[in-house]
Design a protein around this ligand. Structure first.
Ligand code: GDP
Ligand code: MG
Length: 182
């Protein structure tokens, strides 16, 4: 039997400054460099998951603060392009948590997904190292994920690689499942 190399398109979303770029770069390079540009970045990355070769196309896209009709249409296209979503908020930033609640609804609308269908989404509470500044409890993150039927992780892109790896590998499992079903 021929083994097809699977491709997964992953969109990283969340408010400004939550660590979307830090998470993406940490996953790709295992490193934390501290400061990142503000531009969108597309990465293609070969990975081996459970002994299978895969290509990840990861789009790290900045949050648009003043959406226009045009930017919303573009956003919808990106959401349709993606097979899986990493939704990032900062545990120190309540507003960023509210942003991902809205984003989930936008994804569902873009994918024409009616309630029951499960989308490959992981919710990530980043900056776990800044627990003294915590504004969103773990419980809230977990409950949101439960209500949306997605996975949830709290991580620190600054301090640890392992949690970040779990996020992306967990997402790939979900994408694989969804591709087997459809
Ligand atoms: P983006 O706008 O969502 O892409 O956010 P960035 O990845 O550019 O990160 C914004 C700021 O938060 C930068 O100064 C990062 O160094 C910092 N940052 C990102 N992740 C973490 C983290 O896990 N812990 C801490 N303490 N700072 C972080
Ligand atoms: Mg960024």
């Amino acid at each position: 039997p021929t083994t097809l190399k699977m491709e997964a398109n992953i969109l990283v979303l969340g408010a400004d400054g939550v660590g979307k770029s830090a998470l993406t770069v940490r996953f790709l390079t295992r490193r934390f460099i501290g400061e990142y540009g503000e531009l969108e970045s597309m990465y293609s990355h070969n990975v081996c998951v459970d002994g299978k070769e895969m290509i990840f196309n990861i789009l790290d896209f900045p949050y648009s603060k003043d959406p226009t009709e045009e930017s919303c249409a573009e956003e919808e296209k990106r959401m349709q392009w993606a097979d899986g979503y990493v939704l990032v908020y900062s545990i120190c930033d309540r507003a960023s948590f509210n942003v991902i609640c809205q984003t989930i609804q936008l994804i569902k609308a873009a994918k024409d997904c009616l309630g029951t269908e499960k989308l490959p989404i992981v919710i990530v509470g980043n900056k776990r190292d800044l627990h003294h500044l915590r504004a969103v409890s773990s419980e809230e993150g977990r409950l949101l994920a439960l209500s949306m039927d997605c996975d949830f992780y709290e991580v620190s892109a600054a301090e640890a690689y392992h949690g970040v790896l779990m996020v992306f590998h967990g997402l790939v499992d979900k994408i694989r499942e969804s591709k087997l079903v459809t």
